[in-house]
Design a protein around this ligand. Structure first.
Ligand code: GMT
Length: 375
């Protein structure tokens, strides 16, 4: 099959899922065309079956906002015609489902029919998409998709609650390629980050308000009062600077390392003992899954789709959003007892393996067939 994948090419979870899916589909013999404004960050190599087409938006001073959707839908039309693409798979509803729909309509004018699959990822529904300014267009473009998928049951329920959706939504969870997190081949370099007796706590995100970065710092503050520990903060975003200031204020700046964005998540997780994800809302929590596959237990909030990934008392612990005290106590319960830590590490990996890429990618292929039948 020739598949066009539209996504955000950044470090965000939706872009990562779209990229990993495209690579896996290419490995299974499909011809994949990524269509976006920059080469996706996790797409290291373009291969025989993998192509990237840049959407270029020329600056024009008359426009206060440059019309990306227009450039994207035009690019989709051109690429579908040039490469004889069979199917569009757009990740993140805004504005990709809308641009995809416009491309479909333009192609139909030329007698070309192409099915479109839309995958909802989270904030396109829970935060941004349901805003009154966007809601009619998001509802419309979801309803015009031939097949709609969501990355968790929780996100499906949110979508049905917040929008007037006419068709089905298929739940296809985020997935993980376990072979990329095989520590037998990774030099963990733990000693570069911490001394032997220090536990390593990690948080990875795009440092937006929704991630409750303050809570990450406060949980770590409580942990380090009782045991020697270091905190690894990985990612970039608006809450990074306030977090750095909070660390200074609490007198723990020497115990916290801010990495910025990293393409070496597997190496960082390799030497981590515990992962913190106290988000306000989270449709799935891909970062938690990446931690778990690296045998890192997760202390998280119990919001959104996180309980579908992190199993309370097995791969980590879940608490109400904002319950820093309970999260800190749960973290210490795991970290203070070596036997307990070992047990949680093994269980985290076992749970993560349920989301193995080889189980999930065929489900997408099945969905593509369904889209052909519907379109
Ligand atoms: O977590 C983010 O802020 C990035 C965001 C995105 O849209 O790129 O991630 C969302 O999609 C991921 C992949 O499906 C999910 O694992 C994340 O839970 C989801 N984020 C939120 O719902 C906040």
């Amino acid at each position: 099959m020739k598949i066009a994948i539209v996504c955000y090419p950044t470090f965000g979870g939706s872009g990562v899922v779209a990229t990993e899916l495209g690579i896996a589909l290419a490995n299974r013999g499909h011809e994949i065309h990524f269509i976006t404004y920059k080469q996706p960050v996790r797409l290291a190599l373009l291969g025989e079956n993998i192509h990237f087409h840049e959407v270029f938006v020329p600056e024009y001073p008359l426009f206060h906002y440059q019309p990306y959707e227009l450039a994207l839908s035009s690019k989709l039309v051109d690429m579908v015609k040039l490469h004889k693409i069979d199917l569009l798979h757009v990740h993140y509803a805004i504005p990709h489902a809308y641009a995809g729909y416009m491309a479909k309509k333009m192609l139909a004018e030329e007698g070309i029919s192409i099915p479109m699959v839309t995958t909802l990822h989270g904030t396109d529904i829970t935060l941004v998409g349901s805003h009154p300014f966007y809601k009619p267009a998001v509802t419309f473009s979801i309803n015009q998709s031939d097949v709609v998928t969501s990355v968790s049951e929780s996100l499906k329920q949110d979508t049905l609650r917040l929008f007037n959706i006419k068709g089905d939504i298929d739940v296809i969870p985020n997935f993980i390629d376990a072979s990329k997190y095989n520590h037998d081949f990774t030099d963990c370099q733990r000693t570069m980050m911490a001394t032997q007796n220090e536990k390593i706590i990690t948080h990875i995100s795009n440092f937006r308000k929704v991630k409750r970065i303050d809570d990450v710092v406060k949980i770590f503050y409580e942990i380090q009062k009782e045991i020697p520990a270091k905190l690894m903060m990985v990612g970039e975003g608006p809450e990074k600077e306030p977090a750095e200031l909070l660390c200074e204020k609490l007198g723990i700046a020497n115990k916290v390392i801010f990495f910025g964005n990293s393409n070496e998540i597997d190496k960082i997780l390799c030497f981590s003992d515990l992962f913190l994800l106290p988000s306000e809302t989270e449709s799935f929590g891909l970062a938690a899954l990446e931690a778990m596959i690296s045998s890192v237990p997760v202390i998280s909030s119990n919001t959104g789709g996180i309980p579908e990934v992190n199993v309370h008392g097995v791969s980590g612990y879940l608490s109400e959003v904002g319950d820093v005290e309970e999260m800190s106590q749960n973290a210490l319960k795991i970290l203070k007892d070596e036997k307990e830590l070992k047990k949680f590490k093994a269980a985290a990996k076992k749970e993560a393996l349920k989301f193995d890429i080889n189980k999930i990618v065929p489900v997408y292929e099945f969905i593509y067939q369904k889209a052909f039948e519907i379109a």
